[in-house]
Write a protein that binds this ligand. Structure first.
Ligand code: ATP
Ligand code: MN
Length: 562
């Protein structure tokens, strides 16, 4: 199936083992700037014109169009006998790459770095739980990338020796502005629509703990590479990695919010009344929940300072540039220094990275107890899923496996339609192992800790996109609070036999009619048709993807449309 990824290797240079060549680059090299602090890095960024300084003091940058988001088609995993049977190679996301091609690119990257008068090296860890922290050394020619790693990766804890991942640190080479010499890699890397070879590659070599980001200046490429690495290593030691945000209240009652991009992980977990552990990546071990990161990577499109003041202030507060260090990517700025966060001409995926410490309420340790509640987020643009429903165990596992949301896709005629996305575990591109490994871990943990599970639809109400509207975030917050505060424990529920959901008949602060989508559609026949069509998509996706797998019948029976 991977026919567009030919793997011939003839013509590539003889390679030296990747790790020893890194050591020789770094040793006794006056270009190396090792572990500069924030202030020094920010000075470098400004001095080298790598980013602009805003009126408020944060940094901002505009990246090339191909670097305004992740590039899944250019993301590869080095295939070797070690991981042959562990990785879900039948998933369209897991592109295998021959080791020789990776090593060729690795050497090219090192040759580029050798020519630089400055090389920035940061030593951090991924993972707030010291027992599972993965040391990561980032080597880059871009000071902004080095600052991004200070925002997003954690400082090395004093007891790092206790970590079972400490013996061999991960080494990450990042050359955001360097394009691959495509003559050498023609037919070996992705072929673009115009027949040319892609000049960008994001590659993981799990065995040797190496990562390479070549030609992508999207900050998310760096952070999601490390997330994917954690998601490979941790299930092998019984820790469940999750694409989720997490916060807890004063009684240490912890919540997780799982969901695909744009469904509200960052927005809904950033809450002045609940301390944030992290907004995107966590691990669930025998000890509880631990954030992997040090900061947030928030979407800026349409960010409303009244409705989301914590995120807004984390980015747009005023400070001395050398103390600020929030990094804004691809938001629209004008010559008078003003931003228009609704202007999506550069991309709808404008982002800001900032350390957790820029928020009014965050948990410094970033570790917490086992979750009391898990909320699955979906943004259904069909407007047919209830805004909140409770899930039983098997229902929760089914929705985790399906990872549903919808995306708004434009057609050539300019019509925008919702398209269903099924991305297992709400993050299939970052979950490289066989699906059973993640599913079994969640199943065991939900049983052991009696965690309550809900599904919240942050998408459309009153009709599909174009007819209805996206539900107000304040209403969603009220539903989230009701679920987390146990206010939905004793209310009556109605069963939804099409989607297999339990829908509360009442919820504090929410008009009753809003809870049942059909009631606020103007035409209930249209509702019925749309709901049935979505349920059938679920059923078809299940059959196609898991029809021949070992997924238990009990879970399968909870699939919408079955
Ligand atoms: P990513 O994985 O890409 O970081 P995310 O899950 O963190 O995505 P958010 O950054 O929280 O997603 O994006 C949710 C977006 O939807 C925000 O721009 C938010 O303002 C908007 N939004 C609108 N209505 C709602 C709602 N009812 N609930 C949550 N978010 C909403
Ligand atoms: Mn987010």
């Amino acid at each position: 199936m991977q026919s567009h990824f030919p793997t011939g290797t003839e013509g590539l240079s003889e390679t030296i083992p990747p790790r020893s060549s890194v050591n020789s680059l770094l040793s006794d090299n006056s270009a190396v700037c090792l572990n500069l602090n924030r202030e020094a890095l920010i000075q470098q960024i400004i001095h080298r014109n790598e980013a602009f300084v805003s009126r408020q003091g944060f940094l901002f940058t505009h990246t090339p169009a191909e670097s305004t988001g992740r590039s899944p088609g250019d993301t590869y995993i080095v295939k070797d006998p070690n991981n042959e049977k562990l990785i879900a190679w039948d998933s369209a996301n897991n592109h295998p790459l021959e080791r020789e091609i990776f090593e060729g690119l690795w050497q090219d990257a090192l040759s580029e770095l050798e020519q630089r008068s400055q090389i920035y090296v940061t030593e951090r860890v991924i993972g707030a739980e010291s027992k599972f922290a993965l040391p990561v050394k980032t080597i880059t020619d871009n000071a902004l990338t080095a600052l991004f790693t200070l925002n997003m990766f954690r400082p090395i804890p004093h007891n790092i020796k206790n970590s079972i991942l400490a013996d061999e640190p991960f080494t990450l080479l990042v050359l955001p502005g360097c394009m691959i010499d495509t003559k050498r890699y023609q037919g070996r890397l992705r072929r673009l629509a115009d027949g040319k070879t892609s000049q960008m590659a994001i590659i993981m070599d799990f065995k040797n703990r190496l990562g390479l980001v070549y030609g992508s200046s999207y900050g998310g490429s760096v952070k999601k590479l490390m997330f994917t690495a954690m998601n490979y290593y941790l299930p092998l030691v019984d820790v469940l990695p999750l694409h989720c945000s997490s916060n807890e209240n004063k009684n240490r009652e912890l919540a997780l919010f799982l969901g695909l991009s744009g469904t509200g992980k960052t927005s809904l977990s950033t809450n002045p009344d609940r301390a944030l552990l992290g907004d995107d990546e966590h691990g669930w071990s025998d000890r509880g929940i631990a954030n992997f990161e040090n900061g947030c990577y928030a979407k800026l499109i349409d960010l409303n300072p009244v409705k989301e003041p914590e995120i807004f202030n984390a980015v747009f507060h005023e400070d001395r540039p050398t103390r600020h260090g929030a990094i804004v990517e691809n938001a629209m700025i004008f010559s008078d220094g003003c931003f228009n966060l609704s202007d999506d001409r550069l991309t709808p995926n404008s982002r800001a990275s900032y350390p957790l410490s820029f928020l009014s309420n965050y948990k410094q340790s970033s570790v917490g107890p086992h979750p009391k509640t898990i909320i699955f987020l979906t943004a259904d643009a069909n407007g047919v899923l209830p805004p909140i429903s409770r899930l039983g165990r098997d229902q929760a596992l089914l929705w985790f496996l399906m990872g549903y949301t919808s995306k708004l896709a434009g057609t050539e005629a300019g019509v925008i339609n919702p398209v269903s996305i099924f991305s297992r575990f709400f993050g299939e591109p970052f979950m490289p192992l066989l699906p059973e490994m993640y599913l079994d871990l969640l199943s065991r943990k939900l049983n052991e800790h009696q965690t309550a599970t809900f599904l919240i639809n942050t998408g459309w109400v009153g009709g599909p996109f174009g007819v209805g509207h996206r539900i107000d975030i304040d209403l969603t917050r009220r539903m989230v609070n009701a679920a987390l505060d146990g206010k939905l424990e004793d209310v009556d529920y109605a069963g939804d036999s099409l989607f297999h959901l339990q829908v509360p008949k009442t919820c504090p602060g929410i008009p009753h009619d809003l809870l049942i989508p059909e009631r606020i559609w103007s035409d209930s026949l249209l509702y019925e048709k749309r709901a049935r069509s979505l349920a059938e998509e679920f059923s078809r996706h299940f059959d196609k993807t898991y029809g021949k797998s070992q997924i238990s019948e009990r879970i399968m029976r909870q699939c919408p449309g079955k």
